[in-house]
Design a protein around this ligand. Structure first.
Ligand code: ADP
Ligand code: ADP
Length: 234
């Protein structure tokens, strides 16, 4: 069953030097419960693709279907709920420096007007899940890169998303920390049934945890399928 379907998705930007095509006729199906990788070089269109999937960016053509519904046909409120169903994780963590770990994880729940006691309880559970309950009171500057990403993952889970969209989530981390973060994402996928989308330029990330992969090159999907079939040796 498809949780996200991209149909003929296109995105162009008007610039002073004319039109730039970032995405051209992207067709993809991401299945509920899988870990799906999207790999490509810098400039291929990966970030634009992520921003179209969660509708931070309006596609120029084509459609994003989320859980059977066309995002562009949704009313604002429905769109906001759909966006809350997709947790985002970034390369540079994007934590709030002035807030401690617990407050960072509570932040999306505040925005969603959740009762603050309930939010704190849930945040503590999520911090336990990512192995950081001991650092609740620490500030981001006091944490290592891997710890910051764990906080970001807990925060992304706060609104109970059905999808985690990870944009170069391990690209700022050393190899051992990368392994630990990938293992955590896999655990979240397998134990909680959350669909994970990994955007990356690193083959090792795809090989480590992805079930299926699409290769994006110059705004096009040039190949997609099972990781074992696409990246099998000679
Ligand atoms: P990637 O994430 O794979 O590095 P991007 O999606 O950032 O690729 O960019 C794809 C192409 O679209 C690049 O040529 C980039 O310069 C262009 N692009 C992205 N965003 C904009 C924008 N806001 N305005 C103009 N061009 C853009
Ligand atoms: P990434 O490689 O992670 O996409 P970039 O540095 O390419 O990072 O892009 C950072 C931001 O700049 C994004 O919001 C993107 O949309 C925008 N951007 C990228 N290329 C261009 C461009 N040629 N003109 C204007 N904005 C751009």
């Amino acid at each position: 069953e498809a949780i996200i379907r991209l149909e003929g998705l296109g995105k162009q930007f008007a610039t002073s030097n004319g039109t730039v095509t970032a995405l051209d006729d992207i067709n993809l199906e991401i299945r509920r419960g899988e870990i799906f990788g999207i790999i490509g070089l810098s400039g291929a269109g990966k970030s634009t693709l992520v921003r179209c999937i969660n509708y931070l960016e309006e596609p120029t053509s084509g459609r994003v279907i989320f859980e059977g519904k066309n995002l562009s046909a949704m009313k604002e409120k429905e769109k906001r709920l759909a966006r809350q169903s997709m947790g985002m994780i970034f390369q540079q963590f994007n934590l709030l420096a002035q807030r401690n770990v617990l407050q960072n994880v509570c932040f999306p729940m505040e925005i969603a007007h959740m009762d603050s006691r309930k939010a704190k309880e849930r945040a503590k559970e999520l911090l336990k899940l990512v192995g950081l309950e001991e650092r609740m009171k620490a500030y981001p500057a006091q944490l290592s890169g891997g710890q910051k990403q764990r906080v970001a993952i807990a925060r992304a889970m706060a609104t109970n998303p059905r999808v985690l969209l990870c944009d170069e989530a391990t690209s700022a981390l050393d190899p051992n920390t990368t392994k630990a973060i990938l293992a955590l994402l896999k655990k979240i996928n397998r134990e909680m049934g959350i669909t994970v989308i990994m955007i990356t330029h690193e083959m090792a990330v795809i090989e480590a945890i992805c079930d299926r992969v699409a290769i994006i090159d110059h705004s096009h999907i040039v190949e997609s399928g099972k990781v074992s079939e696409i990246f099998s040796g000679p």
